[in-house]
Structures are given as C-alpha cells and as structure tokens.
Write a protein that binds this ligand. Structure first.
Ligand SMILES: CCCCCC/C=C/C(=O)SCCNC(=O)CCNC(=O)[C@H](O)C(C)(C)COP(=O)(O)OP(=O)(O)OC[C@H]1O[C@@H](n2cnc3c(N)ncnc32)[C@H](O)[C@@H]1OP(=O)(O)O
Length: 358
C-alpha cells in the first residue's frame, strides 16, 4: 500500500526536525519529490542559467518526468525515513515543540503554550525572503489569525533575523521586467496588508540583524524584543529603491522625521540600543539570555484572556488602518516604478557581482 497523506505530512515534519543538514543533493531530491507529490509533473518555465539554485531545483523536479503523485509521495516518505531512521527520538525543545504543517521548507510554523511562532528558516542565506516565502508567510498569518493561539511571534533561525528581500527574486519570475515588477508590487501589497490587518498581538523576537522589508514591517508590530546583537538596516537608496512596509509613515511617526530619514533615505544602520531609544524596539536583552528571558515573558503574556488582548489591539490599530492601507498602496505603486529603473538594476547588479567576487 502507498503512503497516506498523513504519512506524507509526518515525513514533512520529520524533515524539519533533522538534526544534521542532509546536504544539497538530498535537499534537491526532497524538493523534487515534494513538488511532484503535491503539484504533479514540473509545470513551470525553466529558469535561466544565471539562477543556478532555481535551475538546480527545476532540473531535479523536471527529471521526475511523469511519475504519479502517489508514487512521489511514497518515495518522499521512504527517502525521509532513510535520512532519519529514528523519527520518534526527534523532538524540539523550548518554544515550538508542536509543529503545524510547514508550508515550505524555509518557513517553520509552530504552536505552543498559546503562542504561534512563524520562523524564517533559511539561515545559510541570512533568512532572505524568497517569493515562495512571502506566500507562505501570508498563509501562515492567515492560519495564525484563526487558530487558538493568543499571540503570534516572528523570529529567525541562525544568526540573522532576516536580510530582507532576496535580491535574486526578480530573476526567478518569468516574463518581462515590467510584468515582474507589477506582480511583485501586488505580492508586496498583500504581504504588508497581512501585517496591517493582523487581528492578534504580533510580536517580533529579533534574534539578529534585520534588513529591508524585515526591518520596515516591524513598525506594524505590537512589540519588538531584540537581542543586543540585532541591528536595523534599510539600505533602500543604495539599491535604487524606496521605503516599503508602511515605513514611510510608521518610522517618522515612531522616531521622528530626521531619524527616519537617516535610516530610510541615507541607509544608516542602527544598533538595537539605538532602535530602542528611538521607539522602534520595545526592549533590548543581552544575547546570552535573550531567548530565555523573552520566551518566559511571552509565555506569561500569552496566558491573558485572548479576546481582551485581540480587542485591545484592534482598538489601538483601528484609527490607523485606513491610513496604513493608503500608505501601503502608494509605496507599492512607487516601488513598481523603481524596480524597472536603471538605479535599481545597478543596485541589484552590484550586490550580485559582489557575490561573484567572493
Ligand atoms: C514581493 C517583493 C517584495 C520586495 C520588497 C522590497 C524589499 C526590499 C528589501 O528588503 S531591500 C534589502 C535587501 N537586502 C539586502 O540588501 C541585503 C543583501 N545582503 C547583504 O548585504 C549581505 O549578504 C549581508 C549583510 C546580509 C550578510 O553579509 P555576510 O555576513 O558577508 O554574508 P554573505 O553576504 O556571504 O551572505 C551569506 C549568503 O546569503 C546570501 N544573501 C544574504 N542576504 C541576501 C539577500 N537579501 N538576497 C539574496 N541573497 C542573500 C548571500 O548572497 C550569501 O549567499 P552565497 O553563500 O554567496 O550563496
């Protein structure tokens, strides 16, 4: 008998719990089997050779040809079991012992003690946000807004909170640049809307540097706890870009116009202590006790009556909502134009060529 949907879901959870990185070949195989099992034969255009990672993923998926979904599901389950021979011994300590079905490999969603945690989980790329991750985060937020948790937390795995938008995203969408910019603008608008409209207290546990969109949306969170290792950096102008995540409104409101200008226009990187003094961060903790102190506090807060917290949050947010949506729409409109500008192309190219030299 083939693997059931439940076996498949269990296997996906086991992958998240692997103690050791299984290596790139295994990850490609997992990716390909997952896609085949959930979407069937490869149905997306072949990425260009410049996108080596996307190309490798596409090749692996495409190589499965017309393998039926059920067979791919079975192969996935067997392969995961060969990677983790004793799944029962796998467990998570601390927050997140109970995982819900992961939407993608790069976002991990867990619920424990009334707290749903959405973790950026792409540490080798400093948790840079791929197109897929934006979609998965929106799905995770939608689910979190309806689950039984009282508080929702964002955090990052590894040494970064997130380095913001993955600067190779544009190369991964097929179509002409104008069309890509249009689609990205639509995605960005929906993504930021999810933060504006999120109904429960939303907390960021900023474990390390936060850049770009990962930093700007913090202005839409209800509390931001940061390790003293964290920094906050929005290098938009250098990339030929303009502020997003409603930061053109929230940052001046939170920290005053002059400080917001230094960050958003001049690209000044600030420390967690500076961000706290300026009101973007709620409290800073020494890195060595950060996780322990923050999670103890959040667990205590999460015991408060859920409706009171939700309604209280909405009272604070309601006077701002209309404004925030208008700001978001305008920021996305402007960015759609920026993305096709020479300044932006040069900015992204500079990052990519810096990489090529490494
Ligand atoms: C739907 C569309 C929405 C768009 C919203 C608009 C959003 C805008 C922004 O978020 S702008 C901000 C964009 N982010 C950046 O400019 C950061 C770019 N990265 C860096 O400057 C550096 O990588 C670093 C400072 C984050 C870390 O430097 P370092 O410690 O020296 O490490 P590496 O550079 O070697 O990084 C390791 C590995 O990660 C890759 N990587 C890191 N960040 C990104 C990124 N944002 N996009 C793509 N790739 C990133 C880096 O290339 C290395 O990969 P490699 O090991 O070479 O394969």
């Amino acid at each position: 008998m083939g693997a059931s949907q439940k076996d498949f879901e269990n296997a996906m959870n086991q992958v998240k719990l692997l103690k050791e990185d299984p290596g790139n070949d295994a990850k490609l195989k997992l990716y390909a089997l997952y896609k085949q099992a959930t979407e069937g034969p490869c149905n997306v255009p072949e990425p260009g050779v410049l996108n080596s990672i996307s190309k490798a993923k596409w090749d692996a998926w495409n190589a499965l040809g017309s393998l039926p979904k059920e067979a791919a599901r079975q192969d996935y389950v067997e392969f995961v079991s060969s990677l983790s021979p004793s799944p029962k011994s796998c467990s998570l300590e601390g927050p997140g012992a109970n995982r819900s079905l992961p939407e993608s490999e790069d976002i991990v969603v867990t619920t424990e003690e009334n707290i749903t945690t959405i973790m950026f989980n792409r540490p080798t790329k400093k948790n840079a946000l791929t197109n897929e991750m934006y979609q998965d985060i929106m799905l995770a937020m939608k689910a979190a807004s309806k689950d039984n948790s009282t508080i929702t937390v964002f955090t990052g795995s590894g040494d970064y909170y997130s380095s913001g938008n993955d600067l190779t995203n544009f190369m991964k969408i097929s179509g002409d640049l104008k069309q890509v910019a249009k689609e990205s603008s639509i995605t960005l608008r929906k993504f930021v809307d999810s933060f504006i409209d999120f109904p429960k207290p939303l907390v960021a546990v900023v474990n390390g540097p936060a850049m770009g969109i990962a930093a700007t949306v913090l202005g839409l969170f209800d509390a931001v706890y940061a390790s003293n290792r964290a920094t906050f950096h929005t290098p938009f102008s250098g990339l030929g870009l303009t502020p997003e995540g409603c930061s053109s409104y929230t940052f001046p409101k939170i920290m005053g116009r002059a400080k917001a200008t230094e960050m958003l226009i001049f690209g000044k990187k600030i420390t967690a202590t500076e961000a706290c003094a300026q009101g973007l961060v709620t409290e800073v903790f020494p890195d060595d006790s950060f996780q322990k102190e923050v999670w103890a506090r959040l667990k205590a807060y999460a015991k408060n009556p859920p409706n009171a917290m939700r309604i209280g949050k909405q009272l604070i947010r309601s006077t701002e909502k209309e404004n925030l949506h208008a700001v978001n729409a305008e920021e996305c409109r402007v960015l759609q134009e920026r993305w096709v500008s020479e300044e932006c192309m040069n900015g992204i190219q500079n990052f990519l060529s810096r990489k090529a030299k490494l």
